[in-house]
Write a new protein. Structure first.
Ligand code: UD1
Ligand code: UDP
Length: 365
C-alpha cells in the first residue's frame, strides 16, 4: 500500500519546485494531496504556475493571504493542523524557507507526522532574514532532509543534524536541486511556448533581467533607492526588463524610491516566460534565491544584490558576484562587468533530484 503525503506550499518558488516533485511522487506510487496556504494569491503569483506546469490542483486552499509574520504563520498553523488531523498522512512535505514551510513543518511535527524538507541545509548565517529562521526551525523538525548541495549537508552536520552521534532518527540525503530538474524538464516547453520575447521585441543577449523582492531590500528605503538608481543608469545604455514582485510594486508606487527612467517594469511573468528571459538575458541582477541558480543553469552571469548568499558555490565558481546595495560598490558597474564563470561547473546534481526524493519516501511507505 503506497504511503500518503500531504504537501504544504503557498509561495511562487514552491510551485516551481512542486512541478517536478509532484510528478515524481505520483510515478513512485505515492498518494499526494496539496495544501495551498494562500500565501501568494495573485493570479500571476500562483494560478499561472498550476496552469502552465500541470501541478495537481490543491485539495485544500486555506486562503490565508498576507499579514505580519506571526499573524500569517499562526493562521497557517491552525488551518494546516485541522487538515492533518482529518487526513492523517504518513508524511508532510515542505519546500524551501517561507512562512508556509515552517507552518507546515511545525503543524506536522506537533502531530507526530514525519516531515520531509526539500531544499534542506541552506544557510545565509544572517538571522535578520525571516527565511533563515524558517530554514533552521524546519530543518530541526524534519525527518527527511533532502539537500541540494554538499555545502548544505555540511551546514546541517555543523548543527548536529546527521552528524556522528546524532541521537535523533532522521535521514540527510544529498539529492541535487529540484529547480535544476524543473529547468531541464520545462526548457523545451519554454522555448516553444514563451511569448515574452516576441511581445517585448527583445533581442537575445542584449538585455539586463532584474528581479527584486527581499524584505531587506524593498523595506529599506536607502537600499531600494540604490537599486532603482542602478537599474535606471543601466537602462540608459541597454534594455532592462524588470518583472516586479507585488511586495516591490507596493514600495515603488509612492515614487519615493526615485524615477525608473527607461527601465521596463512589467508584471510578474509565468515560469516559461521567465525561463526564456533568463536564457536570453546578457546578465541577471537579482536578490532571488531561485533566480540566482536559474541564471547559472541558463549560462548567464548573475549579480546578487544582497549582503550574502546561501548558494555559495556559484560565487566560488565565478558565475555569481555579491553586490550589496549599501553604498559599498557601484552596482551598475558590477552588473556591466559581469562575465560567465567556470563552464564545467555542475554542483546541483544530475537533474534527478525529484525522482530520488520520491523513491526515498516510497521506500519508507
Ligand atoms: C515570500 C517569502 C520569501 C520568498 C518569496 C518568493 C516569507 C517570509 N517570505 O516573500 O522567502 O522568497 O515569498 O516570492 O515567507 N503580495 C501580493 N500578492 C501576492 C502575494 C504577496 O500583493 O500574491 C504582497 C502583499 O502586500 C504582501 C507582500 O506582497 O504583504 C509580501 O508577501 P509575503 O508572502 O508575505 O512575502 P514575500 O515578499 O512574497
Ligand atoms: N519567477 C517567475 N516569474 C517572475 C519571477 C520569478 O516565474 O516574474 C520564478 C523564477 O523563475 C523561479 C522562482 O520564480 O523559479 C523564484 O521565485 P522568487 O524569486 O519569488 O523566490 P525565491 O527563489 O527568492 O525564494
Amino acid at each position: 500500500m503506497p504511503g500518503s503525503i500531504v504537501t504544504v506550499l503557498g509561495a511562487r518558488p514552491q510551485f516551481v519546485k512542486a512541478a517536478t516533485v509532484s510528478r515524481a511522487l505520483a510515478a513512485a506510487g505515492l498518494r499526494e494531496s496539496i495544501v495551498h496556504t494562500g500565501q501568494h494569491y495573485d493570479s500571476a503569483m500562483s494560478a499561472v504556475f498550476f496552469e502552465e506546469l500541470g501541478i495537481p490542483a490543491p485539495t485544500h486552499h486555506l486562503g490565508i493571504g498576507s499579514g505580519s509574520h506571526g499573524a500569517q504563520t499562526g493562521a497557517m498553523l491552525a488551518a494546516i493542523e485541522r487538515v492533518l488531523v482529518e487526513s492523517r498522512p504518513d508524511a508532510v512535505l515542505v519546500y524551501g524557507d517561507t512562512n508556509s514551510t515552517v507552518a507546515g513543518a511545525l503543524a506536522a511535527a506537533k502531530l507526530q507526522v514525519p516531515v520531509a524538507h526539500v531544499e534542506a541545509g541552506l544557510r545565509s548565517f544572517n538571522r535578520r532574514m525571516p527565511e533563515e529562521l524558517n530554514r533552521i526551525a524546519t530543518d530541526h523538525l524534519s525527518t527527511w532532509l533532502f539537500c541540494p548541495t554538499a555545502t548544505s549537508v555540511r551546514n546541517l552536520a555543523a548543527e548536529g543534524i546527521g552528524a556522528a552521534g546524532d541521537r535523533i532518527a532522521r535521514q540527510v540525503c544529498e539529492v541535487g536541486d529540484v529547480m535544476f530538474d524543473a529547468t531541464r524538464h520545462f526548457g523545451a516547453l519554454a522555448a516553444e511556448r514563451a511569448r515574452v520575447g516576441g511581445s517585448l521585441e527583445l533581442e537575445p543577449g542584449s538585455f539586463v533581467l532584474a528581479t527584486i523582492h527581499r524584505a531587506e531590500n524593498t523595506d529599506d528605503h536607502s537600499r531600494l533607492v540604490r537599486i532603482v538608481e542602478a537599474l535606471r543608469r543601466l537602462a540608459e545604455a541597454q534594455r532592462v526588463i524588470w518583472p516586479v514582485h507585488p511586495r516591490t510594486r507596493k514600495q515603488l508606487a509612492s515614487g519615493e524610491a526615485g524615477s525608473l527612467g527607461e527601465v521596463e517594469a512589467i508584471d510578474p511573468v509565468g515560469y516559461l516566460d521567465m525561463l526564456w528571459l533568463e536564457r536570453h538575458a546578457r546578465v541577471v541582477m537579482t536578490d532571488s534565491g531561485g533566480v540566482q541558480k536559474e541564471a547559472f543553469f541558463a549560462g548567464v552571469p548573475c549579480v546578487t544584490v544582497r549582503d550574502e548568499t546561501e548558494w555559495v558555490e556559484l560565487v566560488e565558481s565565478g558565475w555569481n558576484r555579491i553586490a550589496p546595495p549599501d553604498g559599498s560598490c557601484d552596482l551598475a558597474a558590477v552588473v556591466d562587468a559581469a562575465t560567465p564563470g567556470d563552464p564545467g561547473f555542475a554542483p546541483y546534481g544530475n537533474g534527478d533530484a525529484s525522482r530520488r526524493i520520491a523513491e526515498t519516501l516510497a521506500d519508507e511507505g
